[in-house]
Design a protein around this ligand. Structure first.
Ligand code: CAA
Length: 384
């Protein structure tokens, strides 16, 4: 077993780290406060080849391996989950999904624009009454002449307010549950596509664009269908298999950032006449963070390696996401505590990490859903 990244992977990691530290990190606090997504970074990520990391060069991609993609996600996650979240949705849920399921014509039409960031993608699955139970969606599609007419409502759509292209899931026949669902690629300027920001202020990911989207008699051509009619649920789930690795890697990044900040603080902050890092309770918290991060990172790498081999990854991706987000939540909790009053203020980034990590535990399938996915594979389903 070889744990060394290849020279190319190291180069990509270095490039991602430099971009994250020099171009993303300096804006993170300001954009968290303003709620404005730093759109100029999208084009920069396109130039660096991050937006279409694992995609075939024939469609504008960088043909990186999946481990490289996780290294990029980890580096971005270390500084700003809103930017890393943008990449997971745009690059994995949308671009990779079109790459896997699209016709040659769809791939040639959409992927090069998504690779440069000229077009931004969003993924419209979640609805007011269909979150974890995605197959119960109420949005409908009906065949009408040479196309489909879509009606429905989606919520919590990341990148929704800035997207040019939306992957839309809607049911041709709700009686059939998941077997009735179709996936469509829809330009967001299609008549009948309406979007507005989600109400309220989010706990974290405050610079992400989260939208409430409605489709009112939205007509799309037959060529908008991604996959076959009725295959939409599998399209959606396979996209999440890609996206969840990015989320898991981003969580490792958050945990690493919490460890780094806690170590710096423990070395410099003095109380009772010594560095707080010389107290055993602080040492224990830091040691646990360090051990958890090592384990989570290996799970992410394993899932990426399996994906690279073309092997099934659903269980391993769910395991990586579950474990990495849970340990990152503990790391953020401990990092704020170690920083004391300072950790409670946005003067220090651990406050933002503490808020952001809750999002990673929820989106792209909550920790409860990851446990269901793992348990179904481990225990198996009863034959009916
Ligand atoms: N890949 C391909 N196919 C899959 C699959 C996968 N990973 N997982 C399931 N399927 C297939 C199954 O094989 C089955 O097919 P057959 O009928 O041919 O056997 C079909 O899909 C139905 O599968 P299930 O019976 O397992 O479906 P279910 O209704 O019980 O749901 C679930 C399973 C895992 C709970 C699923 O609903 C799920 O993942 N829920 C969470 C939804 C989610 O993650 N939402 C996130 C929203 S997107 C987001 O957050 C992005 C953003 O903007 C931030």
């Amino acid at each position: 077993m070889n744990f060394d990244p290849t020279p190319t992977q190291q180069e990509i990691q270095q490039m991602a780290r430099q971009f994250a530290q020099e171009e993303v990190a300096p804006l993170a606090r300001e954009t968290d406060e303003s709620g404005e997504f730093p759109l100029h970074l999208v084009k920069r990520m396109g130039e660096l080849g991050f937006l279409a990391a694992t995609i075939d060069p024939a469609y504008g991609g960088s043909e990186m391996d999946y481990l490289s993609y996780t290294l990029i996600s980890e580096e971005l996650g270390r500084v700003d989950s809103s930017v890393r979240g943008f990449l997971a949705v745009h690059g994995s849920l949308v671009s990779l999904c079109i790459h896997d399921w699209g016709t040659e014509e769809q791939k040639r039409h959409y992927l090069p624009h998504l690779a440069t960031g000229d077009w931004i993608g969003c993924y419209c699955l979640t609805e007011p009454n269909a979150g974890s139970d995605a197959a119960s969606m109420e949005s409908t599609a009906r065949e009408d002449g040479d196309g489909y007419v879509i009606n429905g409502e989606k919520i919590w759509i990341t990148n929704g307010g800035i997207a040019d292209i939306a992957l839309v899931f809607a049911s041709l026949d709700r009686e059939k549950r998941h077997k009735g669902i179709c996936a469509f690629i829809v330009p967001t300027n299609t008549p009948g596509f309406h979007r507005e920001p989600m109400p309220g202020k989010e706990l974290g990911h405050r610079s992400s664009s989260h939208s409430h989207i409605t489709f009112q008699e939205m007509r799309v051509p037959k060529g908008a269908l991604l996959g076959q009619p009725g295959e939409g649920f599998k399209v959606a789930m396979s996209a999440l298999d890609h996206g969840r690795i990015g989320v898991a890697a981003g969580a490792v990044g958050i945990a690493q950032a919490c460890l780094d900040a806690s170590v710096d603080f423990a070395r410099t902050r003095r109380q009772f006449g010594q560095r707080i890092g010389d107290f055993q309770m602080i040492q224990a918290a830091i040691a646990d963070m360090s051990a958890d991060i090592e384990a989570a990172r290996l799970l992410v790498y394993k899932a990426a390696w399996l994906k690279e081999q073309g092997l099934p990854t659903t269980r391993h991706t769910a395991t990586a996401k579950l474990f990495a987000t849970e340990i990152a939540a503990r790391a953020a909790d401990q990092a704020v505590l170690i920083h004391g009053g300072r950790g409670y203020s946005n003067e220090y980034p651990v406050e933002r990490f503490y808020r952001d990590i809750k999002g990673l535990q929820i989106y792209e399938g909550s920790s409860h859903i990851q446990r269901i996915v793992i348990a179904r594979e481990v225990i198996g389903r009863e034959a009916v």
